[in-house]
Design a protein around this ligand. Sequence first.
Ligand code: SAH
Length: 198
Amino acid sequence: MSEATCKAAFLLGFLTVLVIRIYFAQQVKSSKVKDDRKTIPEILLLLLSVLGMFLLPLVGVFTPWLKFADYDLPGWTGWVGTVAFGLAIWIFWRAHIDLGLNWSASLEIRENHSLVDTGVYQYIRHPMYAAFWLWGIAQVLLLHNWIYGLSYLVSFVPMYFLRIHLEEQMMIDTFGKQYQEYMTRTGRVIPKLSQIAG
Ligand code: SAH
């Protein structure tokens, strides 16, 4: 796959994710929050991830400013990246549908919040973050540049490791045993072997 096609595939995926996110953000706007657990480090990491996930790739694709950090990858990696991005988009979209009005960009519990353990959530507890991992890998394979190819993973990885424990603790505080049981049945971002085996 040529450099230009890789960039086009990335942009298409990028725009699709953006449309899905804007649509669902509108849906939850009127749903009130009863427990807000945003912290300053989380807000700072969220801003860093906006830089790595959105701004740097767009600067890289549309301007020559970061060209000095380009590297080459064999053409087939573009196809792997496209498949990974496609899978990420599908999981991301399904997770939004399953989570419905319980979704928040940050750590929050809404009024009438319910624990979702169906749809993609019956296999893994964090399908959106699984989609973000795939997106990060896809970005490396589609944008061949040390800065804006890697920027997604560099900004998402600290965010993921900070957030995952706080989020699971918040869910345990809210849903108690119900969430703890759910944790025993499911993997975080990869399904448990026992589930795959049925
Ligand atoms: N970590 C999940 C959800 C990301 S959105 C994923 O990767 O798919 C973050 C918000 O989702 C959190 O603030 C929490 O309120 C909510 N949440 C996370 N898991 C949930 C679940 N199983 N059921 C209901 N709400 C959940």
